[in-house]
Design a protein around this ligand. Sequence first.
Ligand code: DAH
Length: 341
Amino acid sequence: MKEQLEKIKQEALAALAAAKESSDLETLRVKYLGKKGELTAVLKQMGKLSAEERPVIGQLANDVRERLTAEIEAQKAKLEQVKLEARLKAEAVDVTIPGREKKLGHRHPMYIALEEIKDIFVGMGFTILDGPEVELAYYNFDRLNAEEGHPSRDWSDTFYFDEDSRVMLRSQTTPMQVRAMETMELPIRIIAPGRVYRKDEVDATHSPMFHQVEGMVIDKNVTMADLKGTLNAVMEQLYGEGTKTRFRPHHFPFTEPSCEMDVQCHKCGGVGCPTCKGEGWIEVLGAGMIHPKVLEMSGIDPEEYSGWAFGMGLERMAMRRFKISDLRLIFENDVRFLEQF
Ligand code: DAH
């Protein structure tokens, strides 16, 4: 029996030393030390031994059990250590490798200019409105005193969705005036920036989609002097003190009187150059006193209230702000251009 125990011990130790996985160790533990294991099988025969032999063999069996148990534990720890080391190696991070550069985007120059414009108007107590680009001709034209047959309603100028010319891509942000009059309490002070669409070919100053910032004030005793004073103050804040503007008479169906406002050219200082097409001035907006008919159509009494309004070309404002010479640069999205702002 002694030899049997010795044999089990040697075999088990060899098998344990060769184990590669902790699951192997468990199999071996069952095989040698389990209830139906080899060691147990030997111990079951203890009854056959003499009284002198029994404690000796018993002691020996215990020693073997202890030795194997300890060996299993030791082997287990070893395998775990090996596994851990392999994992650490696999997951090792080389902190000396240079990081991958993430390119940060930034705001488009036109939107930088828009933010500045918004800030200035908000500072003057204006509210910013947003409205639909798919608009009803009713708001874009009818309610703005541009009746059936008005040249701006022509199919050659406007993107319509239907044969009856009732739904369209707005050709101006001016319908936002009507929407504001319909929904807001008087007095009203709003600006409404957004995209507008016209059937224009792309060139240095035209694009079928461009941006306007609409503005409107309705209150008692509002005059043309308020319009000029406000817009001059805005231009000085945006373009610097002493910025020169001029107002020229014009015609719009929804204002009376109407005007256009020019800002002195940044390139030539008013002498005349290619940027301002030799004019010395750059047209940036249309404006005027809101036509009494337009107020009336929105249920506002023109005897009690008056208002002024404007629609500025945002691209032009941004070009003047950042001294950009060609409109196409605004839309091409060439990063070499955009990165300069
Ligand atoms: N909507 C006009 C345009 O697109 C610009 C304009 C002119 C807007 C006069 C106004 C205004 O609010 O009062 O040409």
